[in-house]
Design a protein around this ligand. Structure first.
Ligand code: HDD
Length: 764
C-alpha cells in the first residue's frame, strides 16, 4: 500500500486528501489541470494559491469574464442530470407503483427537483429590492497618483472591470421601474488591489443626516404595515408624516419631487457617491473628494403622466432599456468626475461637508473628469449576478478612505451585515459575482457554503508552521486608515449630537429650487401637489407646506393653491435662526436641462405608424436614417404583419397599436397614403398615440396627408403657424421630401422634449 501511495494518490485532483501528502507531488490525472504549484511537504504559503483564490489579475484586461468562466454552465448538447451528475432518463413522470398507484418515497429524482425548487427564493434587499445590472469597465484618463494611490486611477488608459446595479428604493423586487423614487447607482470596481464598491444614488444628497434615522425613514416610506400599500410609491401618509417632522429632509424632497426621480433611462441619469470621501496618495497625504457620474447621453427624464402609463404597459421599462441598449451596441457611458478639496477649504464652507443633506455647488468646487465607465455586457443570469451581487460601502481599497459623515458610518456596518441574512452567511464574498480578482489570503475559516478549500493546518497569525504566511502587507502595500484628527474645538468626548451647521435645513433646498428652469420648477410643484393630494390626513399636508415656506415661498404658494389650501399655514420654526450666508445663490449645474448630452439619439425609440395603403418608400427612408443614428425605429400597425404599400414592397409591422402603446416611444412618425391615413383615423389607438406624444412634449413628424390625423386628435388650430415652422417639435413634411424631413426630425428628437407646448392641466 505504501508503495502504491507513494506513486499514485487516490484522486489525482485531490492529492492530499488521503494522507499521502508528504513528499508526494500530485500526479496529472484526467482532470488534474495544470501541474500543482504546491511546494513539497510545505503547509501553506503565497505559492499555494488555488485558481479560485490565487491568480493575480492581469492589468489592463477585462478579466471579469475570466474568473466567472469557471462557474458558467452551458447545457447545449448536454444530457439532463441530477445535481449529483446522474443522468435522468425521464423528466415527465414521477416513480409510481403502477401507472395508477401511489408515488414512491424512493424517487430521489423527484424529491431533489422539488426540494431545490422549494428553496429557490432568497430574501429580497430590504431597500433597493428592484434593480438591474450590467458588466463593463472603467478607463482612467490620466494618472491621479498625486491625489490617490487607488488602483483604478494610477495610469492613463488603465482598465478596471466593473459590475453596476441600478435600482429603485421603495418597491419590492417585482415592482415597476418608473415609480417616483430615488435610483440606486452602485458600482463594484474589481481592482487589482481588491474590490471597491461606490454605492451611490442618482441624487447627490440624502433624506437624513444620521444612520440612526435610517430604519425610521425606510419604515415610513415602505408600503404601510397594516395593509401593505402603496407599492413603489411615496405618495402616502406615513412617508410624508415622517419627512414633515424631519426638516433636514427638505433638500432631498426637492430632488425627489423633481424629474430626477423619473429618469428616461438609467443611461440618462447622473450618479453620485453622496458622502464626502477621502483620496489618499502614496505619501499618505489625504484630500476630500466627492464622486459624480455624468452620462454622455445627457440627463433626460420622463414626465409624470408618461411614467404612470408606462408602469402599466411595461413595468420593466428601465430594465428593458438597459438590456436593449447593451444588446444593440449603444453602450451606456458615463464620465467619472471628482470634486477635490482640502480640510482647510471645507472649514470655510457655509455648510458642513459631513452632512449628507448638503452638496457642494460645482461653482464652488468644479467637477473634474478623471475617467469613463462603459457598460458593454449583459449578465448571463439575473439571479446569479444581479440578485447575488453584494455592494458594501465598507469595501474600499488603498487610496480611498472615509470621512466622518455619520450617515456613512452606519452604512459601513449595514451593508455587510445585511448580506449575511440575504445571502445566507458570511461567505458571500465567495459568490462568483462578488469575489475579487485580487487574490484573497487570510485566516478566516468555515461558515455556511464555504467554497475555497484552504490548505494546511495553520489558520492563525502569528505562526511559524506556515513560515508566517499570510503575512501583513505593511503600510506600503496594505490599507492604512488616514490618521485624521478631529479639529481642536471639537474635542468634546462622546456625544449624541450634531454639529451646528447641520441645523441649516433650508438654504440648499432653496438653492436647488432657484437653480431650476421654470419648466422644472412647475414639475416640482406639480409633484408636491400630486403626492400631498394622496394623503388622508390634512395636518400632514399642512406641515409639508409649512416646511416648504422656509425653503421657497413661491413654491409653497403654488403647492398650497394646487391643494386648495388658503390661507397657508405659518412656516415651521427654524432650527437655526441665522444660517451662514451661502456662497452661491444659484447653481445652473443643478438643472437637468443643463446637460443635454452629446446630442445623439442613440437608444431612442421611434414609432412609425403604418397601415395598408401606406406610402412605404418614405417610411423606409426615414426608418433607415434613424437606425443609422443608433435609434430604434419600429413599424407599428393596426395589427402586426405585412402592410401593403402603394409605392414599394409591403412593410412588415413588428408592433401593433395595441401591444406597444404610444407612450413607450420617444417620438412619432405619421405616414402618408390616403388609405393608410383613413385606416389609422378609424382606430382610437392612433388618437391616443398622438395625444400622448403631444402631451408628453415629444417630437412628432406628420408626412403628407397624415396631418389630418393631428386635427382629428384635437391639435389646437392656434398652433398651425408654429406647426408649419416646426418650432414646437411637431413637424409637417411631404412624403417625397423624406430625406430632409428625416434630418429635421432627428435634430428635433435630439432636443428630447419640447416643453414649450406643455400645459397644466393638459390641453389634450
Ligand atoms: Fe443604502 C442598499 C445607496 C443610505 C443601508 N443603498 C443600497 C443600494 C444603494 C444604496 C444603491 C443598493 C445596492 C445594490 O444595488 O445592491 N444608501 C444608498 C445611499 C445612501 C444610503 C446613496 C445615502 C447616502 N443605506 C443608507 C443608510 C443605511 C443603508 C444610512 C443604513 C444605515 N442600503 C442599506 C442596506 C442595503 C442598502 C440595508 C439593502 C440591500 C443592501 O444594502 O445590500 O444595507
Amino acid at each position: 500500500t505504501e508503495q502504491l501511495a507513494a506513486s499514485m494518490p487516490f484522486n489525482a485532483t485531490k492529492p492530499f486528501e488521503h494522507g499521502f501528502a508528504n513528499g508526494v507531488q500530485p500526479q496529472q490525472g484526467a482532470k488534474a489541470g495544470p501541474p500543482s504549484r504546491l511546494p513539497t511537504g510545505s503547509t501553506l504559503s503565497e505559492e499555494n494559491g488555488s485558481e479560485k483564490t490565487g491568480s493575480i489579475a492581469t492589468e489592463g484586461r477585462n478579466s471579469t469574464i475570466e474568473p466567472l468562466d469557471r462557474v458558467r454552465v452551458d447545457s447545449s448538447g448536454q444530457m439532463l442530470t441530477t445535481n449529483q451528475g446522474v443522468r435522468v432518463a425521464d423528466n415527465q413522470n414521477s416513480l409510481k407503483y403502477g401507472t395508477r398507484g401511489p408515488a414512491l418515497l424512493e424517487d430521489f429524482i423527484l424529491r431533489e427537483k422539488i426540494t431545490h425548487f422549494d428553496h429557490e427564493r432568497i430574501p429580497e434587499r430590504i431597500v433597493h429590492a428592484r434593480g438591474s445590472g450590467a458588466h463593463g469597465f472603467f478607463e482612467c484618463y490620466e494618472p491621479q497618483t498625486q491625489l490617490t494611490r487607488a488602483a483604478p486611477f494610477r495610469e492613463a488608459g488603465k482598465i478596471t472591470p466593473v459590475f453596476v446595479r441600478f435600482s429603485t428604493v421603495q418597491g419590492e423586487r417585482g415592482s415597476k421601474d418608473t415609480a417616483r423614487d430615488v435610483r440606486g447607482f452602485a458600482v463594484k470596481f474589481y481592482t487589482d488591489e481588491g474590490n471597491w464598491d461606490l454605492v451611490g444614488n442618482n441624487m447627490p444628497v440624502f433624506f437624513i443626516q444620521d444612520a440612526m434615522k435610517f430604519p425610521d425613514l425606510v419604515h415610513a416610506v415602505k408600503p404601510e404595515p397594516h395593509h401593505q400599500m402603496p407599492q413603489a410609491a411615496s405618495a402616502h401618509d406615513t412617508f410624508w408624516d415622517f419627512v414633515s417632522l424631519m426638516p433636514e429632509s427638505t433638500h432631498m424632497l426637492m430632488w425627489v419631487m423633481s424629474d430626477r426621480a423619473i429618469p428616461r433611462s438609467y443611461a440618462t441619469m447622473q450618479g453620485f457617491g453622496v458622502h464626502t470621501f477621502r483620496f489618499v496618495n502614496d505619501a499618505g497625504e489625504s484630500v476630500f473628494v466627492k464622486f459624480h457620474w455624468n452620462p454622455i447621453a445627457g440627463t433626460h427624464s420622463l414626465v409624470w403622466d408618461e411614467a404612470v402609463k408606462i408602469s402599466g404597459a411595461d413595468p420593466d421599462f428601465h430594465r428593458r432599456d438597459l438590456w436593449e441598449r447593451i444588446e444593440s451596441g449603444a453602450f451606456p457611458e458615463w464620465e467619472l468626475g471628482v470634486q477635490v478639496f482640502t480640510e482647510e477649504q471645507a472649514d470655510q464652507f457655509s455648510f458642513d461637508i459631513l452632512d449628507a443633506t448638503k452638496l457642494i455647488p460645482e461653482e464652488l468646487v468644479p467637477v473634474r473628469p478623471i475617467g469613463r465607465m462603459v457598460l458593454n455586457r449583459n449578465p448571463d443570469n439575473f439571479f446569479a449576478e444581479t440578485e447575488q451581487v453584494a455592494f458594501c460601502t465598507a469595501h474600499v481599497i488603498p487610496g480611498i478612505d472615509f470621512s466622518n459623515d455619520p450617515l456613512l458610518a452606519g452604512r459601513i456596518h449595514s451593508y455587510v451585515d445585511t448580506q449575511i441574512t440575504r445571502l445566507g452567511g458570511p461567505n458571500f464574498h465567495e459568490i462568483p459575482i462578488n469575489s475579487p480578482i485580487a487574490p484573497v489570503h487570510n485566516n478566516q475559516r468555515d461558515g455556511a457554503h464555504r467554497q475555497a478549500i484552504p490548505r494546511g493546518r495553520v489558520s492563525y497569525e502569528p505562526n511559524s508552521l506556515a513560515g508566517g504566511c499570510p503575512f501583513q502587507a505593511g503600510a506600503a502595500q496594505g490599507f492604512v486608515s488616514v490618521p485624521a484628527r478631529i479639529n481642536a474645538q471639537d474635542e468634546q468626548g462622546k456625544v449624541r449630537a450634531k454639529p451646528e451647521k447641520f441645523a441649516d435645513h433650508y438654504t440648499q433646498a432653496r438653492l436647488f429650487f432657484d437653480s431650476q428652469t421654470p419648466v422644472e420648477q412647475d414639475h416640482i410643484a406639480n409633484a408636491f401637489r400630486f403626492e400631498l393630494s394622496k394623503l388622508t390626513v390634512p395636518a400632514i399636508r399642512e406641515r409639508v407646506v409649512a416646511m416648504l415656506r422656509n425653503a421657497s415661498e413661491p413654491l409653497a404658494k403654488k403647492v398650497a393653491m394646487g391643494l386648495g389650501m388658503d390661507p397657508m399655514p405659518e412656516p415651521l420654526p427654524l432650527a437655526l435662526a441665522e444660517p451662514a450666508a451661502p456662497e452661491v445663490m444659484k447653481s445652473p449645474a443643478l438643472s437637468l436641462l443643463a446637460r443635454p448630452g452629446d446630442g445623439s439619439i442613440k437608444g431612442r425609440k421611434v414609432a412609425i405608424l403604418v397601415a395598408p395603403g401606406v406610402k412605404g418608400k418614405s417610411v423606409t427612408e426615414i426608418q433607415s436614417e434613424l437606425v443609422k443614428q443608433g435609434a430604434v425605429a419600429r413599424l407599428v400597425g393596426p395589427r402586426i404583419g405585412p402592410m401593403p404599400s402603394v409605392d414599394s414592397d409591403a412593410l412588415d409591422a413588428d408592433a401593433s397599436l395595441e401591444n406597444e402603446p404610444g407612450f413607450l416611444f420617444d417620438s412619432l412618425v405619421l405616414p402618408d397614403g390616403a388609405d393608410a391615413v383613413a385606416a389609422l383615423a378609424k382606430d382610437g389607438h392612433t388618437m391616443e398615440f398622438i395625444k400622448d406624444h403631444f402631451r408628453h412634449c415629444k417630437t412628432i413628424l406628420a408626412l403628407g396627408q397624415s396631418r389630418e390625423l393631428l386635427a382629428k386628435a384635437g391639435f389646437p388650430t392656434s398652433m398651425d403657424k408654429s406647426l408649419a415652422q416646426g418650432g414646437t417639435g411637431v413637424l409637417l413634411a411631404e412624403a417625397d421630401d423624406a430625406a430632409s424631413a428625416a434630418v429635421a426630425f432627428i435634430l428635433a428628437m435630439s432636443r428630447h422634449r419640447h416643453f414649450g407646448r406643455e400645459m397644466d392641466p393638459p390641453l389634450l
